[in-house]
Design a protein around this ligand. Sequence first.
Ligand code: AHR
Length: 823
Amino acid sequence: MSKVQFATKNPRFPVAEDLYGLFFEDINRSGDSGLYPEMLRNRSFEDSILPEGCTAIDGTYGFVTPKGWKDQFGGGEGLDRWLDGIEPTPIPAWYSENADMELDYADTLNSKRQAALKVKLQPGGSIYNIGYRGVPAEDGKSCNFYMFAKAPETVKLTLTIEKKSGEILAQTEVEVKVGDTYERYDASLTVSGSDYDAIFRISAAEGGEAVFGFMSLMPAETYKGHGLRKDLMEMLEGTHSKFLRFPGGCIVEGFTKETMMRFPNIIGPVWERPSHQLLWHYRTTNGLGYHEYFQMCEDLKLEPMYVINCGLTCQARCPEYIEGEELDELLQEACDAIDYATAPADSKWGKVRAEAGHPEPFGMKYVEIGNENHSEPYVKRYKIFYDALKEKYPDIIFISNIHTEEHGCTTEVVDEHYYSTPEFFYLNQNMFESYDRNGPEIFVGEYAVTSGNDVGNLYSALTEAVYLLGIERNQDIVTLTSYAPLLQNVDYTGWYPDLIAFNNHQTFGIPLYYVIQMMAANRGKEVLEVQTEGPQVYSENVGIPGFVAYRNGVTLKNVECQGEKAQVSHQIVGETVEENGEWKLKTGFNMDLESFPGVENHKKDICYVTFGEEASEKNVFEADVKIDSPDIPVSVTLWNYHCPMLFCLDETEKRSKEWSPVYTEHYSWTIQNGVATPELAHWSQDKPIGESVEVPVKYGEYTHIKVETRHDGFDCYIDGEMVQSVQFESHPSMAAAVTQDEDEVIVKIVNLSDKPDAVEIAADCDLQSDYIAEVLTADSPKAENDFEAPRKVAPQTKMLTGASGNFVYEAPAFSMNVVKLKK
Ligand code: AHR
């Protein structure tokens, strides 16, 4: 039984009007092929071109930047896992039959295009494009096609959308006229019959030659007729968001100067926008450009939040720092971009916007100076950009990446990012309570459960919901939030999880999508003081045991897990050498993680291994351990699990060995100089979670060490004697936030426990008996949505009676509830 008590008479502060927003970044191919529904992959024929200044690794498998950051390239196909089942071709996505294809890098459509496709077709010959894992053809729908082409002799081309079996679903003819200059040709194709794995073919019954400068095939029906994919825009509309942060994310910075996202490159006719390689492993043609983002904001009624590059390439990827005239140029581009959005139609940039179809200014409420930038190089550039931009655009709210006020700068809003475990989110629900109310406002611009045993399911969504409730209670200081990343083409995943998944014709939201929807649709006007009481629970831990030696000189024998002889299952760092039933632990550092944030604090030269494969909540690890000298630290590690986050800094490392220290977390019992300390360990941080105690380890000879887990801690034994019992911190199973408007009180409750909770709701006013509850739950906390069951975890609306100034609301096990009470 829990209790939520609130006071309607003395509201604390008004709700933050833009609290829930969206962050769009072109990741997981969510631009071209996603929100921007281009059906032809490699429509500009430039995908196989290595990013400028980069050097190929192993043929075309990967590339390395001049500063040393490496990425997979796959000849322009991207990550190796995206290639599964794709027939190799030198010009990604394009194939030929009785035709020769060749890229021409000289005679291109215009100075912004780096390649054109030259084809020689035999009579009946053709070229075809396989799209983004299929061209989606839907019965009765029309598609618009255009291309820029030229031909040495007039050539008659037949355009078809067809099944792989050859069955034609749509057809039209185009005649490319003889001539030396590229001309534009348009066509419309209406589909009869559906196939989402179709191809787009260009054939010549009589044969002939042509050069293609650029092409596009798009659905005729788009959201509000403005070119963006309808079902995805409707999903975004369903979030009830108030702002859109764009265009990134790390892509704002790029991995070299040439791959930075720059305003002049994302405006104008799409075929005149240069394409560039994104650090999420593919090339964008920038079809979803600056104007399109603003049109999207207007159509979805979102305040624009434009992220500018302030003179750094991505600091997590071997950065380059821009100085002098080049930096001035970037500052000028930021001004031009703001003018494009805000200046009247008769001004320089207003005219360009008007020519693009929007004479009225779009407006610009927020501008963020950089993304995830930090330390001295950022502070220096932030100051230059902030001072210049604020003077010119005093009404815009500027956002900083770090607490630049601590470095003497004026700071209005700070963008903080949190990617972590479910535990992090519920344990930190009160983190903003201690923030200085006289300091800058906070924008939680990126957050997500990205590690732990629960990612993208109901349980992780509920832990994120608890965190959001903490933000709702502190929305006087946290005024903006957005989850990251937003969209995932499931056939091109480069980062998981993402709020909305799609393929070339379907979409679904993960459970958190509905949490955000419920939060954002039920805002109220004022935040109320709320007191909660209820049972405490412990986090569930599941994983396998392991052991770390931080230096050479450690030997193990008679290792047992759950009372059974155990073998090494993963050599995460370093290696073990087995001889006569003894395992010598040999330290090493077998990963290239030099640029990983926090690497400087990490103990790199270690031996870190796990035992057994069976992940369990209850683990008993025991072994005879010989530590040659007292100053060699060792740890028994508990509940090791491999975090499934897909982002990897060096994508050229094939992930055959999925376990790495970066993606592994555990509790540990660490012993050094005869003193033991319990810790929570993740990558570069080991946080003590209990007192240090003296333990009778015998150095230079075998000591029997045993650690046994409980649901609320673990017990540690040396030579059969218990020497330490570690107790975890519990957390409340229920969290709540309450807001109100004139007629209604909105009580938001999350129940994180595995049992229904009878929540006593105690108000300082009368409430009408009839009320509505929106409830998000499922049969299991592990429940996820997918294409087959996109609303398995989605809110249900219940019409209930029995409310009063003091009544009991039954919150189901593992649920999020929005209880709407009439005053
Ligand atoms: O959301 C994915 C990435 O996470 C963003 O590009 C970056 O800002 C953060 O590191």
